[in-house]
Design a protein around this ligand. Structure first.
Ligand code: DLL
Length: 440
């Protein structure tokens, strides 16, 4: 691994204040935002009134639980900008979530929101070691997607040099890395692997490139995937999380200790709830993440149900930041596959296949129901060096994948080994699952 530039620096003193002080700030801000949405956004007024709750009922952080939830469907119903809480001339930018079909879900920012957002991204970038003298290649899409612009202004705030490569044209990404020698790569984890793989194919050893570390997010990835990226690119790989509805990237991100993502609690209150009962889970138990924004002007959001499943860790972090941390997202409640009654997350399958040597980190899960029973097909690529003419060797590799998946998920699945480079590569968020049961 390349030598690392880490020194424990903190971007914003607000990251280290005592949790009790932060709670006082949270309550003040919560009261204000609740009052503001009630008076400016008809959707919130109606949903509060339906539950017979008024802004003055919020007198403690626990009172948050009296408030109604917001779900993606509410944003769709209020398309394009029905949930915006400021006059149109107060807006500075519109972004949208990454759905590929139908109308996007749109979100809006004032100038102050953009400032807040850049500061939040700067926090986790610095927590991973970003310094002014670094060169940073941003290989996220620039557009409605929040990844490109969000990280762009975060890096700019810190004062480092940006290479806004955007996503796609992987050969040019590699050329830029070779010639401009960036220290940092920012993109989705699947695209980082794609870049490494394509470099290898053109005779470039990715480990010898200049990159020292990367901030990856925007899609689910496992700890094994992290190892894979770190090994292939010879870097440290940090996780960061966010969603357009809440602000974009910058909701939480890892520090250099890589032990969970620090939640920006002075800007968002995070609840972790059992998705069926909507009651809080115990600390350390997986639940659905539900966010309330505290400081956003244009698009405040109350108790937004993300469907993302993770757990909260309240133990102190040696880096000195005093915020709670969240685990990596293990999946979304709506990505959970129910196969013959067994619940399985794509991340469990990723975890399994990445533990089998000889298997590349490229896979596709297809679910069908040919008769009455569900069938699951896991298509995985073999690593280039492991391809063999001997049927028995390929059979045994396949058996190892089958056994590992069974060990981790309890399921008997069909595994198809594919030659290297057969599955489509993504330049943004990878598509890992095709559920034919939903399509037909
Ligand atoms: O993906 C924001 C973002 C961009 C975050 C770049 C980090 C880096 P959306 O397009 O609205 O926003 O998608 C949000 O992506 O609800 C999660 O399901 C998933 N997601 C985002 N980051 C992670 C992560 C951006 N680190 C949805 N791990 C979220 C797992 C993630 N899933």
């Amino acid at each position: 691994m390349n030598s690392l530039p880490f020194e424990n620096r903190i971007w914003d003193p607000a990251e280290t204040i005592k949790p009790e002080e932060r709670q006082i700030i949270q309550l003040e801000l919560l009261k204000k935002v609740v009052e503001r949405v009630y008076n400016t956004v008809p959707f919130y007024k109606t949903s509060f009134d339906n539950l017979k709750v008024k802004p003055e009922d919020i007198n403690s952080l626990d009172d948050l639980r009296k408030l109604p939830f917001t779900v993606k469907e509410n944003l769709r119903q209020n398309y394009p900008l029905g949930l915006v809480a400021v006059p149109k001339d107060g807006l500075a930018r519109i972004h949208g979530s990454s759905g590929t079909t139908g109308k996007p879900v749109l979100v809006a920012y004032t100038h102050k929101d953009l400032e807040t957002w850049a500061n939040l991204c700067a926090r986790f970038l610095v927590a991973g070691g970003l310094r002014k003298e670094h060169f940073v290649q941003i290989s996220f899409g620039y557009g409605l997607f929040t990844g490109g612009f969000g990280l762009h202004y975060g890096v700019e705030k810190v004062g480092a040099t940006i290479i806004p490569a955007a996503s796609g044209n992987t050969a040019r990404q590699i050329l830029l890395i070779q010639d401009l020698k960036p220290d940092v790569l920012i993109c989705t984890p699947s695209y980082a692997l794609n870049i490494a793989e394509q470099a290898k194919q053109t005779g470039i050893e990715p480990k010898d490139l200049s990159l020292k570390y990367g901030h990856f997010g925007g899609e689910m990835w496992t700890e094994d995937m992290r190892k894979e990226i770190e090994e292939q690119l010879g870097i440290k790989a940090f996780n960061n999380y966010g969603l357009s509805e809440v602000i974009g990237p910058g909701v939480s991100g890892e520090c250099y200790l890589q032990n969970g993502m620090h939640i920006q609690e002075d800007h968002f209150i995070l609840e972790c709830l059992n998705p069926s009962t909507l009651e809080p889970v115990k600390e350390g138990e997986y639940g659905e993440l539900v966010f309330t924004s505290l400081t956003k002007e244009a698009f405040p959001i109350i108790r937004y149900r993300t469907r993302d499943l993770a757990y909260i860790d309240d133990s102190p972090c040696p880096c000195g930041r005093t915020t709670k941390r969240m685990s990596r997202v293990k999946g979304r409640s709506d990505d959970m596959l129910i196969i013959r009654g067994v619940n399985v997350f794509p991340s469990q399958i990723e975890e399994a296949i990445l533990q089998v040597s000889g298997i590349a980190p490229h896979y596709l899960i297809e679910v069908t129901r040919p008769g009455v029973l569900d069938e699951i097909f896991v298509k995985v690529e073999i690593q280039p060096g492991y391809i063999s003419d001997k049927m028995s060797e390929m059979q045994s590799l396949r058996d190892r994948v089958l056994r590992k998946i069974n060990e981790i998920t309890g399921l008997h699945v069909n595994v198809e080994l594919l030659p290297p480079n057969t599955l489509e590569r993504s330049t943004g968020k990878a598509c890992r699952v095709i559920d034919h049961r939903k399509i037909s």
